[in-house]
Design a protein around this ligand. Structure first.
Ligand code: FBP
Length: 262
C-alpha cells in the first residue's frame, strides 16, 4: 500500500474532491437553480482548477467526458449509487467494478456505506469486495460513510459522525467522507476515531461563502484532510472563485477572511 501522500488523491497531504454524482443521487432538482449546471462538461472544466485533487463521478459521465479531460483531471470513480426515486431503506447499487473503473482511467474509487441501514450487512460485504479489488490495483478507496436509516434520528450528531469515521477505518478505507458534525471539537473527535484513515467533510447543500468556508476551516483546524464537495462549488455561478478560496483555506491554511479577500 502506498503512503497516502503519494497517492493521486492527495496534494501535500490534503484533499479537495469535487463531487458530481448528484444527477443520480438527487436527480434533476439539483440543477434547477442554475442553467447549464446539468452539463457534466461544466464541472469537468471546473475540476481542471489546480486546487481540485480529484473529480468524483459515476461511470456514465466518466465514460462520456473523461477522455476529453484525462490530461487535466484526476478521476475518482464512484462504484455505487442510488436514485432518489428509491423509497426503501437506504441502500446503494454497485454499478461499476474496480477493474472497469481502472480501465477507464480512475486513479481512486469511491463507495457509499450506510451504517445503521437495514442493508448495512450487504453493503459492507460489497465494500469488502471493492476494497480488496482496489488494493490489488493499488487504487485508494474513499468511503462515503453516511450512517442513516431505521431508528437513526440525527445523522450529523457528533457521536454518529465519530462512528462513521471509525467504521471507515475498521473496514479499510483510505479516506472517510463524513457529514459536518457541527463544530471543530466534534470533527476533532471524528478525526481521532479515524486513526490513519483521512477524514474529509462532505460539502452539503449550498450556503453562503462565509458559512461554507468556516466549516471547511473547522475541518482543517481539527486535523481533517480536506473536503469532498459538490453543490457548494458547481451550483455557484463562478466555481473558480470559491475554488480559489478553498485552495487558500485547505492548502495555504489561511483564515476565512484572508481567503475571501483573495
Ligand atoms: P455535496 O457537497 O453537494 O453535499 O455532495 C457530496 C455528496 O456526498 C455527493 O457525492 C452525493 O451526491 C450527495 O452528497 C449525497 O448527499 P445525500 O445523500 O446526503 O443527499
Amino acid at each position: 500500500m502506498r503512503p497516502f501522500d503519494d497517492t493521486p488523491l492527495a496534494r501535500d497531504g490534503k484533499v479537495l474532491i469535487l463531487a458530481y454524482d448528484h444527477g443520480l443521487e438527487h436527480g434533476p432538482v439539483d440543477f434547477e437553480g442554475l442553467a447549464g449546471s446539468e452539463d457534466p462538461a461544466r464541472t469537468f472544466e471546473a475540476a481542471t482548477h489546480p486546487a481540485v485533487t480529484s473529480l468524483a463521478v459515476q461511470k456514465g459521465p466518466a465514460e462520456a467526458y473523461y477522455p476529453s479531460y484525462e490530461d487535466d483531471v484526476d478521476l475518482l470513480l464512484k462504484l455505487n449509487g442510488t436514485s432518489n426515486l428509491w423509497m426503501g431503506e437506504p441502500d446503494s447499487a454497485v454499478n461499476c467494478t474496480v477493474d472497469y473503473a481502472h480501465d477507464i482511467g480512475a486513479s481512486s474509487v469511491g463507495f457509499t456505506v450506510y451504517g445503521g441501514s437495514n442493508h448495512e450487512i450487504e453493503m459492507v460485504e460489497e465494500f469488502r469486495d471493492a476494497q480488496e479489488a482496489a488494493r490489488a490495483r493499488d487504487l485508494p478507496v474513499v468511503m462515503w460513510s453516511y450512517p442513516r436509516g431505521q431508528g437513526l434520528k440525527n445523522d450529523t450528531a457528533p457521536d454518529t459522525i465519530a462512528y462513521a469515521a471509525r467504521q471507515a477505518l475498521e473496514l479499510g478505507a483510505d479516506v472517510a467522507k463524513v457529514k459536518y458534525p457541527g463544530s471543530r471539537e466534534a470533527m476533532e473527535h471524528a478525526v481521532s476515531m479515524a486513526g490513519r484513515t483521512k477524514v474529509v467533510m462532505s460539502g452539503g447543500s449550498k450556503t453562503t461563502d462565509r458559512e461554507f468556508l468556516s466549516s471547511v476551516k473547522d475541518v482543517i483546524d481539527a486535523g481533517g484532510a480536506g473536503l469532498a464537495v459538490g453543490r457548494n462549488v458547481w451550483q455557484r455561478e463562478d466555481p473558480t472563485r470559491i475554488l480559489d478560496a478553498l485552495e487558500a483555506v485547505i492548502f495555504d491554511e489561511t483564515t476565512v477572511d484572508e481567503a475571501l479577500a483573495r
